[in-house]
Design a protein around this ligand. Structure first.
Ligand SMILES: C[S@@+](CC[C@H](N)C(=O)[O-])C[C@H]1O[C@@H](n2cnc3c(N)ncnc32)[C@H](O)[C@@H]1O
Length: 296
């Protein structure tokens, strides 16, 4: 921001927020004010809410320098979550970095479906849950926290993502009930042999959709977390085939997908006679986002 043009007015918290919101809006951000608040709170090492009682305060030079750098990098496309190092998911804070997908709000529908299924299940032993492609560990950790006796197995093909997931499990004090494995889908998971729930937010973007994604996503989030072959169904197809033999009778396979491939995924599921009781859960935009299948 060019302070020389407007140096007659002090750079208060409110003025910094207003200037930055406009700057981000011009760069096409759909969450300009929120981004500005999160970054300024980070630079001032306070909570967002504290900014609201500090509108007339003037951040010191060190805070302004830190904020300027964050605003510059955000303006160049770095996601806010990577700039501050965390993202809120299911009201929990998760560390993220360039090796992990930033957890998305739509994935909370998967957690809700898994919790509903868990509560409906009648078992006199702790539930066994898998999270395939755990990334930052968002799903695995949220489920472990909300199901205090469940045993969770979380896998990812990326060792660097798993380091972050392990850190998040430690931070939320569920590491004793979440087992991490670096492998393809469930390939190296020998124990437990079967699960009550297998959850996954796998890569599901087609090559052509990937080319249309926001530049910020393409340049800053791992492509291997997003793309699954020519039509986006490659990983889901393999997951369905490998997951159903690992499900307890009555267990459920819960998969996040793109509404664009919902029909194709329904067809894939129908080809597996051991899977049934198919239902879709819609996201807030009314699109089919989660596919929930029962092991027959
Ligand atoms: C869409 S991200 C989801 C991350 C996290 N579960 C979430 O919801 O935020 C998909 C994750 O699956 C992992 N992945 C991709 N292919 C995989 C495979 N064949 N086996 C295991 N994990 C895989 C990626 O590394 C990435 O972390």
């Amino acid at each position: 921001m060019s302070e020389s043009q407007t140096s007659e007015q002090p750079w208060t918290v409110l003025r910094l927020l207003q200037w930055t919101t406009e700057f981000f809006q011009k760069r096409g951000s759909g969450s300009a004010r929120l981004d500005a608040e999160i970054l300024l709170a980070h630079a001032r090492q306070c909570s967002r809410i504290e900014l609201y009682t500090a509108f007339e305060e003037q951040p010191d030079e060190a805070q302004r320098a830190a904020f300027r750098e964050l605003v510059r990098r955000r303006g160049e496309g770095t996601p806010v979550a990577q700039l501050v190092g965390y993202k809120e998911f299911y009201s929990l804070r998760f560390r993220v970095n360039e090796h992990t997908l930033i957890p998305r709000p739509e994935t909370e529908h998967l957690v809700i479906e898994a919790l509903d299924c868990a509560k409906a299940s009648v078992n006199d032993r702790p539930l066994r849950i898998a999270d395939v492609g755990t990334g930052s560990g968002a799903i695995a950790v949220a489920l472990a926290l909300h199901l205090p006796s469940a045993q969770v197995t979380a896998t990812d093909i990326s060792a660097q993502a798993l380091e972050v997931a392990q850190w998040n499990a430690d931070q939320h004090e569920v590491a004793d009930r979440v087992d991490f494995h670096c492998c393809d889908l469930l390939a190296d998971v020998e124990q437990p042999e079967t699960f009550d729930l297998i959850c996954s937010n796998p890569p599901y973007v087609s090559e052509s959709e990937y080319a249309q994604l926001d530049r910020s996503v393409r340049e800053h989030e791992p492509k291997s977390a997003l793309v699954a072959g020519e039509d986006g169904t490659e990983t889901i197809k393999r997951l369905m085939a490998e997951a159903y033999p690992r499900l307890e009778p009555g267990g459920r396979l819960i998969i996040e997908l793109s509404p664009m491939i919902a029909d194709a995924c329904e067809d894939l599921a129908e080809q597996i006679s051991e899977l049934g009781d198919l239902r879709f859960i819609k996201d807030l935009a009314g699109h089919r986002r989660i596919l929930s299948l029962g092991r027959i």
